[in-house]
Design a protein around this ligand. Structure first.
Ligand SMILES: NC(=O)c1ccc[n+]([C@@H]2O[C@H](COP(=O)([O-])OP(=O)(O)OC[C@H]3O[C@@H](n4cnc5c(N)ncnc54)[C@H](OP(=O)(O)O)[C@@H]3O)[C@@H](O)[C@H]2O)c1
Length: 260
């Protein structure tokens, strides 16, 4: 498997690292391309990694992952058109399948990953242009399964996906930070507060996943009448936390629609 990648930044590096740590193919050869040659130093220990600053070095790849920022993506797609690769994968936010196919003149797979992919706990949503083969879909799914979970959806859902799972880690980090601060205000050390908050998020999320119960039922199970939980929830409801989250996602969806 000859896999190319253009843009070895935050996301590109995460993908490359996971693929090298847990290679899904015995014959994986990774052709990385970034403007910054100093990034090659990170891959010196891997004989199956070839680093270049010139896109033409990716000629002959079976698949090429595009991981540059949206503003730089179109000229790169036009360069890719000259290589005549079988298919490309783009993780670039806001560039549609139609644009990917038009500018690169090849079959395209559009993906929205998220940053927990750095530790193999991400979730990636995949969508395909009409001419992507079943084999290429399997190759793409295999790549993103090294980063966590994979979901296939129609492209019309990409704006909501971008505002939900793409941006979502930032919402969670903000809530974690706020809860740690609140605990500190009551004298708990930052380290202990972080441990308690992070474990509560991970454990609660796993319980939602594994119990199959509606989150409202799980919430009620923690909430005894006249108790601590209901008095804290009262403040959250009174200040409109549900509405804030709903509006925040809607604003994100609107912004994602603007990017198109
Ligand atoms: N971060 C996220 O949470 C996330 C989630 C989902 C999707 N994405 C998408 O992932 C893409 C990459 O994001 P990122 O955070 O990884 O960005 P980033 O850290 O800026 O990485 C982009 C890399 O591409 C390089 N580059 C730019 N133009 C190039 C060219 N013509 N040829 C070769 N390399 C080039 C950049 O080099 P220089 O620094 O030298 O310019 C940089 O190393 C974005 O399109 C974003 O929408 C990100």
């Amino acid at each position: 498997m000859r896999l190319g990648m253009i843009g070895v930044g935050a996301m590109g590096q995460a993908i490359a690292r996971r693929l090298l740590e847990k290679p899904p193919w015995d014959d994986l050869q990774l052709y990385l391309c970034d403007l910054d040659i100093s990034k090659a130093d990170r891959y010196h220990d891997y004989p199956n990694v070839y680093f270049n600053t010139d896109i033409s070095a990716l000629t002959g790849c079976d698949l090429i992952i595009l991981a540059v920022k949206p503003q730089g993506a179109i000229p790169v797609l036009q360069e890719l058109a000259k290589l005549a690769v079988p298919a490309i994968i783009s993780i670039v936010a806001g560039i549609t399948l139609e644009e990917l196919v038009k500018f690169s003149n090849t079959a395209a797979i559009r993906v929205m990953p998220n940053t927990p992919s750095l530790i193999g706990e991400g979730i990636s949503v995949l969508t395909y242009s009409a001419d992507v083969s079943a084999y290429q879909k399997e190759q793409a799914k295999t790549i993103f399964m090294t980063l966590g979970e994979v979901v296939e959806l129609e492209e019309k859902f990409f704006s909501v996906v971008t505002a939900l799972s793409g941006a979502g880690p930032a919402y969670v980090y903000l809530m974690i930070e706020a809860l740690i601060d609140a605990a500190c205000a009551h004298g708990l050390s930052r380290d202990v507060a972080k441990q308690l908050v992070v474990s509560t998020f991970i454990g609660s999320a796993k319980l939602v996943e594994q119990s199959q119960l509606h989150p409202a039922i799980l919430k009620d199970q923690v909430t005894s009448p006249g108790g601590v939980t209901i008095s804290a929830l009262h403040v959250m409801e009174q200040r409109g936390l549900r509405g804030i989250l709903w509006d925040a996602v809607s604003q994100g969806v609107a912004k994602a629609n603007d990017l198109k």
